[in-house]
Ligand binder design. Structure first.
Ligand code: ADP
Length: 533
């Protein structure tokens, strides 16, 4: 290793996904959305992701430069990898780790949104970490590395073994946005500060401990204070324990994960971090330009209002927006429009989700099965666990006049159409670190029925809570089929109620909740400054 390393004044994001280049879920949205807002706020951000040649649409990126190959030994097997710099079409600078064997695949993690993950995911994401450290030795050391989830979990170890344990502490506040001070000579062998963000504790990257010796990570990190966890290798655990600050994606989830019910076996470590001020919950945002009912080109009809803050009198336009989008969606998916006795259409329930237990989609389906003759129409888009997929398809078969289900596919365009058309967006999650879908659905005037947990608790204003002034949905405390039926029934009564103003107000309240990145980007920016000053 060279003795004198230079710092550049950058913050590097490292992760497995980045919307819209390669997305499997909410992590992709964050990796695409947050850097954009940080760049606008004057932070010099770069995003490091694998070069998924099969997945990234080539017109979304411009490659700038290619650098000489790096090498890493995985056990006895040497691998070469390349580094490319580039830029996205929305102006975000990139470092692409090129390794065709590992990254030239059909999916980011494996089939069905990663539920059946590729067998060599451990090696693939260890490669991402080695590629990142090598890119730093070529492009300069960023002041802050912000790495994400278990797939970014080996980054802190590789940085420490490459640049040492002592971290940079001398950069004055402001350096991250001061382009004149572009290089610091780092004579002491310091590493950058490392921030680790947990997007979902349910995925920890757990492997056999013997695999530890095959991924080019220093053996000293095979310890309970790093990656070893009760005889297994745990990428997320090491990632968080070797970082300087850990964040997660909503304040409520940050508290929840310190308890056994939500901690997935890491609640002890998380409680320690929380009590020492090293675990913070910062709410995610959505890209308000991309998710915009006024300009979204993937939906059938755009909202025709100028203001950003809506009043009750705007409800008429919102109703038109829902009606036209529903009509077009129904004709696309061949659903007839069902009208209730009072002349109003059945409320349309929307689902866009991964099908895993945590999302509670099976509970939702059970709730509809239990209903004698449910007074809703439903459009479902999702993929994941077999038994949930089958259940959804079965429901759509036996209620083909009320339920449409598109299963087993990721379909960006259809997801937009569902957000635009749904009256009620259903998210009965058992846990939800932040959840972006409810934020998107609210922006498109949807009222939310959701589990009372994590980011759902922090973003949905509950109609049942008498202290809430501007309700935008209902939070389900007892998450089972009856709990979901109760919530849907409550919302149905409000929707059909003679005093339509309560429903109309809920739609307007939901649409007025702008969960953009601006606020959280400000919090992250301060965190970057605080950690290096
Ligand atoms: P998670 O990250 O746990 O999957 P989030 O609510 O945070 O859940 O983010 C999910 C994101 O993925 C949303 O943008 C949602 O629209 C999108 N999404 C999920 N499943 C699909 C699908 N089958 N097709 C298109 N988009 C999907």
């Amino acid at each position: 290793m060279e003795q004198f390393k230079q710092f550049n004044n950058e913050v590097w994001f490292v992760g497995a996904e980045m919307a819209p280049l390669a997305k499997a879920g909410g992590l992709g949205d964050v990796m695409g959305g947050l850097p954009k807002v940080l760049l606008k706020a004057g932070v010099n951000v770069r995003v490091v992701i694998p070069y998924y040649k099969n997945i990234i649409p080539q017109n979304f990126i411009e490659i700038k430069e290619s650098y000489p190959a790096g090498r890493v030994g995985f056990g006895e097997i040497p691998f070469e990898f390349g580094i490319k710099t580039g830029i996205t079409n929305s102006g975000i600078p990139l470092v692409l780790i090129e390794q065709n064997h590992f990254f030239n695949r059909e999916e980011v993690y494996g089939s069905h949104g990663g539920i059946y993950g590729y067998k060599d995911n451990l090696w693939r994401f260890a490669m991402l970490a080695h590629g990142t450290a090598y890119a730093m030795s070529i492009l300069g050391i960023p002041l802050v590395i912000h790495t994400h989830d278990w797939s970014g979990g080996f980054v802190p170890a590789v940085i420490r073994q490459t640049f040492g344990d002592k971290r940079v502490h001398f950069a004055p506040a402001g350096i991250l946005s001061n382009s004149k001070m572009d290089k610091y000579v780092n004579a002491k062998g310091l590493r950058p500060a490392v921030i680790f963000t947990i997007h979902n504790l349910g995925y920890q990257g757990v492997y056999g401990i013997d695999d530890f010796y095959d991924i080019g990570i220093d053996f000293r990190y095979n310890s309970p204070s790093a990656y070893e966890h009760f005889g297994t290798l745990n990428s997320l655990k090491g990632g968080m324990l070797l970082s300087d600050i850990v964040t997660t994606v909503s304040p409520t989830y940050a508290k929840e994960i310190t308890t056994p019910g939500f901690g997935f076996g890491l609640d002890g470590e998380l409680k320690n971090l929380y009590n020492n001020g090293k675990l913070k919950g910062i709410l995610n945002g959505i890209d308000l330009d991309y998710w915009n009912p006024k300009t979204d080109s993937l939906i059938y009809y755009n909202l025709n209002l100028k203001e950003n803050s809506y009043k009750l009198r705007d409800y008429k336009e919102w109703r038109g927006f829902k009606t036209i989008n529903r009509k077009a969606l129904f004709s696309e998916v061949s659903l007839p429009l069902k009208i209730a006795k009072n002349g109003r259409p059945f409320p349309l329930l929307g689902i866009v989700s991964r099908f895993t237990e945590e999302k509670g989609i099976d509970i939702f389906l059970d709730s509809l099965f239990n209903w004698n003759d449910f007074p809703f129409q439903v459009v479902i888009l999702g993929s994941g666990k077999d038994y949930i997929e089958k259940k959804a398809l079965y429901l759509s078969k036996i209620h083909s006049d009320k339920v449409y289900a598109q299963i087993g596919k990721y379909d960006e365009a259809l997801s937009h159409k569902i957000y635009a058309a749904s009256d009620i967006f259903v998210m009965p999650s058992k846990f939800e670190p932040c959840g972006l879908s409810q934020m998107i659905a609210m922006r498109y005037g949807g009222v939310i029925a959701a589990g009372d947990t994590g980011g759902l608790h922090d973003t949905v204003s509950d109609i049942v809570d008498i202290n809430i002034k501007e309700p935008s949905g209902i939070l389900i405390k007892y998450l089972n089929a009856s709990g979901v039926s109760w919530a849907l029934n409550e919302l149905y009564n409000i929707y059909m109620g003679s005093n339509g103003d309560i429903w109309n107000n809920m739609v307007i309240n939901a649409a007025n909740k702008h969960f953009g990145w601006d606020d959280s980007a400000g919090v992250y920016k301060n965190l970057y400054y605080d950690i290096i000053k």
